[in-house]
Design a protein around this ligand. Structure first.
Ligand SMILES: C[S@@+](CC[C@H](N)C(=O)[O-])C[C@H]1O[C@@H](n2cnc3c(N)ncnc32)[C@H](O)[C@@H]1O
Length: 211
């Protein structure tokens, strides 16, 4: 199974990534377009949804990733396994979320995960972070009620910023009383989550519902 050498970080604001990316015809890819849908934003090699898709064959999974070689490798692995409920899309989510949602049967959209997004530590680079007001706004307007949105990061400042940006929008409400969610709600950890746990470092998580 392929494992491409790829750049560790891609600046989503460079010209190359400003296009609106093309979306596939989902009826060619999914056996059942009416199945509950899970969208994983910034999926990297996509191992989290690869495992989830096998454990939950009655759900559909879409991963979005800006590093194209990772997407190609992940779709190749999907094909080798013959999975008909999983697809990886090469796109900059910050230019292409709307077109992605327009292409999907959004009434089936049940879970969105944003896990360990690139932290872009320098203040002048914060605008490269994935959770921006436009993304929150599009999700608020174009996803179904009761959508579950799960975010986690090993960088507290990044988790705090995401939390704040979503909670600033009246459509998103926290589902827990504690400031951070204690446990992951999914039975499968992401690659970054495993690496963080192996270092014994904390993870900052929160869970939202859409009103
Ligand atoms: C640190 S990795 C985390 C990967 C995985 N979610 C995990 O937890 O192991 C963040 C991923 O988001 C991708 N990414 C960053 N900005 C993006 C954007 N605007 N659109 C799509 N993917 C993006 C990066 O290329 C990278 O693969």
């Amino acid at each position: 199974m392929g494992r491409s050498r790829v750049r560790q970080h891609v600046n989503p604001l460079t010209d190359k990534y400003q296009q609106v990316f093309q979306m596939p015809d989902w009826s060619d890819l999914f056996a059942d377009l009416t199945a509950p849908l899970h969208l994983d934003i910034g999926c990297a090699r996509g191992r989290f949804i690869l495992e989830m898709a096998q454990r939950f064959p009655e759900r559909n999974f879409v991963g979005v990733e800006i590093r194209e070689p990772l997407v190609d490798d992940a779709n190749e692995i999907r094909d080798q396994l013959g999975l008909k409920n999983l697809h990886y899309v090469f796109a900059n989510i910050n230019t292409s979320l709307q077109v992605l949602l327009d292409s999907l049967p959004t009434e089936t959209l049940t879970w969105i995960t944003i896990q360990f997004p690139d932290p872009w530590f320098k203040k002048k680079h914060h605008k490269r972070r994935v959770v921006q007001p436009d993304l929150v706004d599009i999700l608020a307007k174009h996803t179904p009620q009761k959508l579950v949105l799960f975010c986690q990061s090993d960088v507290e400042e990044v988790a705090l910023e995401m939390r704040e940006k979503f909670l600033e929008h009246e459509k998103f409400i926290l589902t827990h009383d504690s400031f951070w969610l204690k446990e992951n709600i999914f039975p499968v950890p992401t690659e970054r989550e495993v690496a963080t746990a192996n270092k014994g470092e904390p993870v900052y998580r929160f869970l939202l519902h859409k009103k």
